[in-house]
Design a binder for this molecule. Structure first.
Ligand SMILES: [Zn+2]
Length: 113
């Protein structure tokens, strides 16, 4: 449910962006959403369709670029995707630790008319 306030924020940011560009319509909002960000893309689109009515974002499309979480090897520094039940580095067999990759949540770009 926490997608609701964040979607309101996204619409506000996009509207400001459109106003600054002297545009009356937002066409596309490109979002980057990590799988560990805690936000679900489908929910954002669902709320967006409802909240954006009668705003400059009415009818705009949300484009979501998903980011898979990655671990970083403690020994050789390789970034890799975690396999089920394993933290093992595919390059050297060392142990991987968590990184910020996969926790992203931001607006990459906004396209206006
Ligand atoms: Zn390694």
């Amino acid at each position: 449910m926490h997608e609701y306030p964040i979607t309101q924020q996204i619409i506000k940011i996009a509207e400001n962006h459109a106003k600054k560009a002297n545009s009356a319509k937002v066409i596309t909002i490109n979002l980057v959403v990590g799988e560990y960000s805690g936000f679900i893309g489908e929910s954002i689109q669902m709320y967006f369709d409802v909240i954006s009515e009668n705003t400059l974002c009415d009818g705009a499309k949300i484009n979501i670029q998903r980011v898979k979480p990655k671990l970083r090897c403690n020994q050789c520094g390789t970034y890799f995707e975690r396999k089920a039940f394993s933290f093992q580095c595919p390059a050297c067999g060392g142990e991987g630790g968590p990184t910020e990759i996969g926790k992203e949540f931001y607006i990459d770009s906004i396209e206006v008319e």
